[in-house]
Design a protein around this ligand. Structure first.
Ligand code: FAD
Length: 438
């Protein structure tokens, strides 16, 4: 049963979570499980419906289990693993004839799907499924954070509707355009704003039969990456193999015109010229897209990483701390790891008996969180950018050489999957211990 701050034996805090996205809800569920009082403040009037598909690694699922088993249970109810035991990467550009394009001959290389061990889901469905485990009234909708200040008795949060709230600590999970990041790092700090990666994504959902016509049974019914010059395509079945989710990523050397508007509905015809010389499978896939598709500008924090994720009793979590491009498919996984580290260091700090005030203990915990999360999460952001270049044959060390691309992707992916969650938690607690003594 979920409680709000009633777990026996552990001192609890009043914590404000800003943002009810994937990471905000996971963080709130983790905090509740650890016995804290939680209020989530969300700008929108309901859970934000992003229809995109996303996947979580085995490492992220282990963190979910430790944070609160109800998070993993929700994912297991709505998620599904790839049917095929291998993640396969195909040549989308060559060859020119369709029969060959659908055959094994266009397979560049494959990797075992076991290690990254993804469970995929539709973001909005997972979010709502998890949210069912939150006690009623915990999420306050229509609350856009505008400013905060640290007072002796706690952090005061001020919202756009004029209301005010108080908390012992604030965990800002307000996403890539985080207001809390700007407040914490300063408006003039370049790290306060994400920058354009020069990649755009076109996304659409089509009937699986159309994907089968374009790509063949095998490719359409499994996750499938098609690589090529200056573009790549990712397709996978969703909704119990009835629909296919298609992403087409293009390199775009021009600046993005409007940093405040990052998604546009555009005519499908906009995509066609970039892929007109590609193999027939991909050309046909583009033909099957609806007339209007969603175009996304991909922004991230690789150009200007933050030098800290925490000041005082306020911490940035998930995309607010380290928004990434999607090419590793692990941006949210980093946020799940963040949440587990945060809750572990809080537990350590609250069990300290060194006579520190609550505010000092929380500050030490959040500094420990920042110190242990910076390197790995920011590596992911920068490596994900490289992955976009690798997929699009633009990375000079790998070019279009399948063996080199495979080796590069494997060594980078290993850093994501070869990760010991218990060790992460132990190191975070040690760092917290050290900071409590400073
Ligand atoms: P968000 O989901 O952006 O949530 C932020 C919330 O804060 C929103 O609800 C927003 O309304 C609210 N908010 C904003 N400002 C305020 C404010 N001032 N006050 C109050 N509330 C506010 N990651 C993976 O791990 N695996 C994948 O397969 C994967 N695929 C991806 C594919 C694509 C195309 C993209 C773009 C990303 C992908 N990612 C993936 C990354 C993943 O989507 C993000 O890392 C994740 O959604 C971030 O979650 P979040 O909760 O930090 O932020």
């Amino acid at each position: 049963k979920q409680t709000n701050g009633e777990t026996a034996g552990s001192p609890s805090l009043d914590i404000a979570v800003v943002g009810a996205g994937i990471i905000g809800v996971i963080t709130a569920l983790g905090l509740l499980h650890a016995g804290h009082n939680v209020t989530v403040y969300e700008r929108a009037n309901d859970y934000f419906e992003v229809g995109a598909a996303m996947a979580f690694t085995g490492v992220a699922r282990e963190c979910m289990q430790q944070l609160n088993p109800s998070v993993l249970e929700a994912l297991q109810r709505v998620g599904e693993a790839n049917r095929h035991p291998m993640n396969r990467y195909w040549d989308g550009f060559n060859p020119a004839t369709k029969d060959v394009a659908q055959s094994e001959q266009s397979l560049l290389f494959q990797q075992s799907a076991r290690e990254l061990d993804y469970t995929g889901c539709l973001r909005s469905i997972f979010l709502r499924e998890m949210a069912k485990a939150l006690p009623d009234g915990i999420v306050k909708f229509g609350k856009a954070l505008e400013s905060y200040s640290e007072e002796a008795e706690g952090v005061e949060l001020r919202f756009a509707d004029g209301s005010i709230a108080q908390a012992d600590a604030v965990f800002a999970c307000d996403g890539i355009h985080s207001k809390a990041r700007r407040l914490l790092l300063g408006e003039d700090n370049p790290a306060s704003r994400p920058s354009f990666t020069h990649k755009v994504a076109y996304r659409a959902i089509i009937p699986i039969a159309d994907a089968v016509n374009a790509l063949g049974e095998d490719k359409a019914n499994n996750q499938c990456a098609h690589l090529g010059p200056d573009a790549h395509a990712l397709s996978f079945p969703v909704a119990q193999w009835t629909l296919s989710n298609i992403f087409i990523f293009l390199h775009d050397p021009k600046p993005w015109p409007d940093p405040h508007k990052m998604t546009l509905e555009v005519e499908k015809s906009e995509v066609i010229p970039a892929l007109s010389k590609w193999g027939p499978g991909i050309r046909e896939l583009v033909e099957k897209l609806p007339k209007k598709v969603f175009k996304w500008a991909i922004f991230d924090m690789a150009d200007n990483p933050a030098d800290t994720f925490a000041r005082g009793r306020v911490a940035l979590v998930g995309d607010a701390a380290h928004a990434s491009s999607p090419f590793h498919g692990a941006g949210a996984c980093m946020g799940v790891e963040d949440a587990l580290v945060l809750i572990s260091v809080l537990e350590k700090a609250l069990s300290n008996t060194s006579g520190l005030s609550k505010a000092q203990a929380v500050t030490a915990a959040l500094q420990a969180y920042s110190a242990v999360r910076l390197e790995r999460s920011q590596w992911l952001v920068s490596s994900s950018r490289d992955m976009g270049e690798i997929y699009q044959w633009r990375y000079s060390a790998t070019g279009s050489d399948p063996a080199k691309i495979k080796a590069e992707i494997e060594s980078r992916s290993r850093k994501i999957w070869d990760y010991d969650v218990d060790q992460m938690v132990a190191e975070a607690k040690q760092e917290c211990e050290r900071r409590l003594k400073l």
